[in-house]
Write a protein that binds this ligand. Structure first.
Ligand code: AGP
Length: 609
């Protein structure tokens, strides 16, 4: 996934592009670059690493441009080097182009172009697009693009310029997000992967659909289909919740976002617990009679969102007695699923832009299923295409490592499970019970946060290890998987989630005194079982850290270290346990000197397969 941005208007495009790229940095930060036109020539600047590096390089050699396109990269083809950084050019630098997506037949096209004498300077699929359009160019840039695109297999969002067209940006997309923003006076036009990168200045937005092309000129933009049909596109006005992002005194966005969770869980609950009527209030655009008929739920997600969906399956089983499965979206999109009219598909995505989740959702929609989205970003692809969206209301999550979004996701999916349970006959008294237990969660989270320094002390002791098992049972298994993912992605430690009962079927062979086990024990129903599992690994020398509810003394007798958690009912135990896991991972990564908010090789939103 990458971020692309372009500006054509009356202002200096350089600072606007830099600012836009910073808003898109969550999409990748392996390298960045800007190209623009002035004096009938293309000028460009690229830099490996984050945008701050590009900004520094530009300050030493500023460019005066009439228009510009920019790019921040998450490497798919070719290492993060200057030569592979976007923008990419044709051989005589007539064309500059930026791209998000993957061209699956780029190698075939590159070989064909090489046979015609084209020389390449990068390893990227993107350069092939620039060279192909140059080959098709006979003076009309739009026509060249329309001729080149059908030859590409795969996904793309593109913005490109040509030195012979000093007042024109061409933008087009297939399976990747791209939108065009206009100010009210129509004096400036912005193209971006994400509308949230420009809403403060150009709130009138047009989203490009597959194979649509925008020919952006000064004071006028025309839209065409790939087959050259002229398109009429209506803009929609999107008011920006834009606010300057800040760490507010925290060392990292991740820590700030961990500390926000009592409030963000509260916000996810706000207005949705109707105590007077013992019911859940959700703004669902799915007919109640359809929900009454439901036979099963198919939950789609990736990474942390998949873990939230996994917890959802346990909640639907326990509270609603409704069969459901969590499907890793990158797998689900290529299965042959048994979806009926009585299946509800729940697509979970913090960003609402994850390519695998969007593609799986589209496939389910094509098969006739209704889609409920759980999402944190308004105007995202997910929120635009789902039949109904329940928003997390968690506010922007900047750290690549998802924290507050996860606890808001499980809050919302718990509310949805209770909504369905009530629909299917859960008693008022039971609903009041769960509602009162849910209201305790923010305080439970706060209680863990107040012991952050103790978690930091424990983390320092475990920061030396390079391998871990994280284990749990029932609601603690997805919790353990999520905690392992946190540690893995921000500290590059080999942290493996594993069902506690499964270790003895193979993984226990790895256990030794250099292979700690972190056990999430807050599942009352299975606490004796996990105590036995801990004895099994203790017998093989594993250092043991247990996250256990206050009073579970049986665990204290076995573990080397125990972090006591506030007691909670099994279905809601993941909340406090998750906070402990997040802080444990954070302090280990800090101890190991890792780049916590923007870990290597990752990006906040994975918009490629
Ligand atoms: C979580 O910490 C990771 N950044 C990653 O697994 C993430 O959850 C996944 O890419 C899904 O993102 P989404 O929720 O925006 O779809």
């Amino acid at each position: 996934m990458c971020g692309i941005f372009g500006y054509l208007g009356k202002k200096d495009p350089l600072p606007i592009c830099l600012s836009g790229l910073k808003q898109l940095e969550y999409r990748g930060y392996d390298s960045s670059g800007i190209a623009g036109l002035s004096g009938g020539k293309i000028h460009s600047c690229k830099e490996v690493g984050k945008i701050v590096g590009l900004e520094k390089k530009l300050s030493l050699a500023p460019m005066r441009l009439d228009l510009a396109i920019g790019h921040t990269r998450w490497a798919t083809h070719g290492k993060p080097t200057n030569s592979n950084a976007h923008p990419h050019f044709d051989m005589d630098t007539s064309i500059a182009l930026v791209h998000n997506g993957i061209i699956e037949n780029y190698d075939i096209l590159r070989d064909l172009l090489k046979k015609e004498g084209v020389q390449f300077t990068s390893e990227t699929d993107t350069e092939v697009i620039a060279q192909l359009i140059a080959k098709c160019y006979k003076g009309n840039l739009l026509a060249a693009v329309q001729q080149a695109l059908p030859q590409l297999r795969g996904s793309f969002a593109l913005a490109l310029i040509h030195k012979d067209h000093p007042d024109e940006i061409i933008a087009t997309a297939r399976e990747c997000p791209l939108c065009i923003g206009f100010d009210d006076q129509n004096t400036e036009t912005i193209v971006s992967s994400d509308p949230n990168a420009f809403l403060s200045s150009t709130p009138n937005v047009i989203f490009l659909r597959n194979n649509e092309i925008a020919q952006i000129k000064r004071n006028q933009t025309d839209f065409f289909h790939l087959d050259r049909r002229i398109l009429t596109k209506k803009s929609e006005r999107i008011d920006s919740e834009f606010k300057v992002l800040s760490k507010e005194g925290f060392e990292h966005y991740m820590l700030k976002e961990i500390y926000e969770q009592p409030a963000t869980v509260q916000k996810a609950l706000l207005g949705r617990l109707d105590d007077e009527n013992a019911s859940i209030l959700l703004d669902l655009q799915i007919p109640e009679e359809k929900l009454h008929r439901l036979r099963n739920i198919w939950i789609l997600g990736c990474g942390t969102s998949a873990h939230a969906g996994w917890l959802g399956t346990l909640l639907f089983e326990d509270l609603v007695r409704l069969p459901s499965t969590m499907e890793i979206a990158s797998e689900a999109r290529y299965r042959n699923p048994i979806l009926t009219n009585d299946t509800l598909v729940v697509a979970i995505s913090q960003s609402g832009e994850t390519a695998d989740t969007i593609a799986a959702m589209r496939e389910a929609k094509r098969r006739g299923s209704s889609i409920l989205g759980l999402c944190n970003v308004k105007n995202s692809a997910l929120s635009r295409e789902a039949d109904s969206t329940l928003y997390l209301n968690a506010g922007p999550e900047i750290s690549v490592c998802s924290t507050k979004a996860f606890t808001s996701q499980i809050t919302v999916i718990t509310l949805f499970a209770l909504y369905l349970a009530r629909l299917k006959g859960m008693s008022e008294s039971q609903m009041r019970y769960y509602s009162s237990e849910l209201k305790k969660v923010p305080a439970q989270i706060q209680q863990v946060i107040e012991q952050a320094s103790l978690l930091q002390t424990i983390a320092k002791k475990y920061a030396e290890y390079d391998d871990f098992f994280f284990m749990g049972r029932r609601y603690m298994l997805p919790t353990a998987m999520e905690a392992a993912l946190k540690l893995k992605e921000i500290s590059y430690v080999n942290a493996n989630g594993c069902p506690a009962g499964e270790l003895k079927h193979g993984p226990i062979a790895l256990i030794n005194e250099r292979f700690p086990v972190v056990a999430f024990c807050s599942n009352i129903q299975t606490h004796e079982k996990i105590a036995s599992n801990l004895m099994e690994v203790k017998a093989r020398g594993a250092p043991i850290l247990a996250f256990a509810p206050e009073g579970m003394e049986s665990i204290a007798a076995i573990a080397d270290d125990v972090f006591w958690l506030p007691p909670a009912i099994d279905p809601l135990a993941p909340f406090a346990s998750t906070i402990a896991g997040q802080l444990f991972a954070y302090y280990i990564a800090k101890e190991r000197g890792c780049d916590i908010d923007q870990p290597r090789n990752l990006a906040k939103s994975v918009t490629v397969e």
